[in-house]
Design a protein around this ligand. Structure first.
Ligand code: IMP
Ligand code: MG
Length: 195
């Protein structure tokens, strides 16, 4: 992780209980506000554009958490691309360790011969991405890379590098900009930590 990525820790401010999107809950602080996210997404788009000078690029969003980030990100990538999504089933530990992954929605597009950019909202333990990486790598893409909006840097289990990272995330439970708590708060335009 580079020191140039803002951690958000210095932009803390409390959102008022008047925000009608919050189910009456106050958020502890806004970790990344709209302007900060937009600026970083623009930079990521430029990094990604530069990283793929040629070939077919398929941006694969992992639902549901990536939907807001992906929508903004693809509009900052200045080259041809296709978009599709993955929905992975949630399995417990026992199944994960056996390496079994089931995709509830699996793109019908051929992955072979394409650059695949897997877009995730947040990397926590890294388990989700380990499963998906192996499954996607079997399909012989030209390249496979991960782009995550947030990275908790505690992903000791992640066996593959996260090539593009928006922000180093504070070790708090975050919601908004696609991230949820019990399916709430995905629509917040900022990333906040809950009380
Ligand atoms: P991992 O497999 O442990 O890396 O977990 C990644 C997934 O857990 C993410 O795609 C999120 O859906 C969820 N997650 C992890 N941390 C948070 C958080 O702080 N807020 C909301 N969801 C989270
Ligand atoms: Mg997720």
């Amino acid at each position: 992780m580079t020191a140039t990525r803002p951690s958000g820790d210095h932009r803390a401010h409390v959102s008022g209980p008047e925000d009608p999107r919050l189910l009456g809950r106050a958020v502890r602080r806004i970790a990344f506000d709209e302007g900060t996210i937009a600026g970083r997404v623009r930079e990521l788009g430029a990094e990604i554009t530069a990283a793929y000078p040629d070939g077919d690029l398929l941006v694969l969003g992992l639902l549901k958490g990536s939907f807001v980030f992906l929508a903004d990100l693809v509009r900052e990538i200045q080259r041809p691309l296709h978009v599709d999504f993955l929905v992975a089933s949630s399995y417990g530990e026992a199944v994960e360790s056996s390496g079994v992954v089931r995709l509830v929605y699996d793109p019908e597009t051929e992955l072979a011969g394409k650059h695949i950019l897997l877009v995730e909202d947040i990397v926590d333990s890294g388990r989700t991405l380990n499963r998906l990486w192996d499954l996607l790598a079997e399909r012989r893409p030209t390249s496979l890379a991960i782009c995550a909006l947030l990275h908790k840097n505690i992903a000791t289990e992640l066996r593959h590098p996260t090539r593009f990272i928006g922000f180093d995330a504070p070790h708090e439970f975050l919601v908004g900009y696609g991230l949820d708590h019990a399916e709430n708060f995905r629509h917040l335009p900022y990333v906040a930590s809950l009380q």
